[in-house]
Design a protein around this ligand. Sequence first.
Ligand SMILES: O=C(CO)[C@H](O)[C@H](O)COP(=O)(O)O
Ligand SMILES: [Fe+2]
Length: 234
Amino acid sequence: MTRRTTFLNLLKSAPLIAPSMLKCDFGNLHREVELLESANVPLLHLDVMDGHFVPNLSYGPMVIKRLRELTELPFDAHLMISDPERYLDDYIAAGCDSITIHIEAVPEPVALLQRIRDAGVAAGLALNPGTPVEKIAPALESCDLVLVMSVEPGFGGQKFMPSALDKLRELSSMISTETLLSVDGGIGPDTIGSTAQAGAKLFVAGSSIFDASDYREAATQLFDAASQAASASL
Ligand SMILES: O=C(CO)[C@H](O)[C@H](O)COP(=O)(O)O
Ligand SMILES: [Fe+2]
């Protein structure tokens, strides 16, 4: 069983709430991971920023490797970096279970997505709010995950952009049922329902979990809202 197979099996437990570690307390990673494990979240979303592709810096493979020692939760790495090919092996070796690259950083992504899959890791492709769905259409068959950004990438705590909803609807009719459709940015109790109705299955949540006093309660509230909206839209 590869990391990719295990990651894709998560789809069976959708909706999936993925805390974005960008908003966690980096001075106390061990404790944060313990709290998230007791909150029963199914995976962690790791935002990697290089200060070039996006105007912010976060962490890289060395931190992810140490985090890997703290938990067996699957890692969903979101690489907001230029030239991800150059660093890909480091992220694979650090223990990521899925690796998502941006179409704006890699306009011809098929070969790189295949390299990720060949390494036994799930391959994801993200698009920014200003990028139309057509740009990623030729690569969809090479994707295990498609990530619709509902904020401009680079920072947590931004306001959800409703233009993501049309993209989610469009993509749900284009991708296979085995592909994880993910949404990232401004996801909270008031916005998650509309994204679930639009077809998202994996919901990245930073502020709405880490700003809460009880992570478990916050994650459960998001899960319940997404489940209800998804079943109402059936
Ligand atoms: O990729 C990201 C930012 O580029 C983050 O995953 C995202 O912003 C999470 O934070 P929040 O839920 O607070 O919007
Ligand atoms: Fe992200």
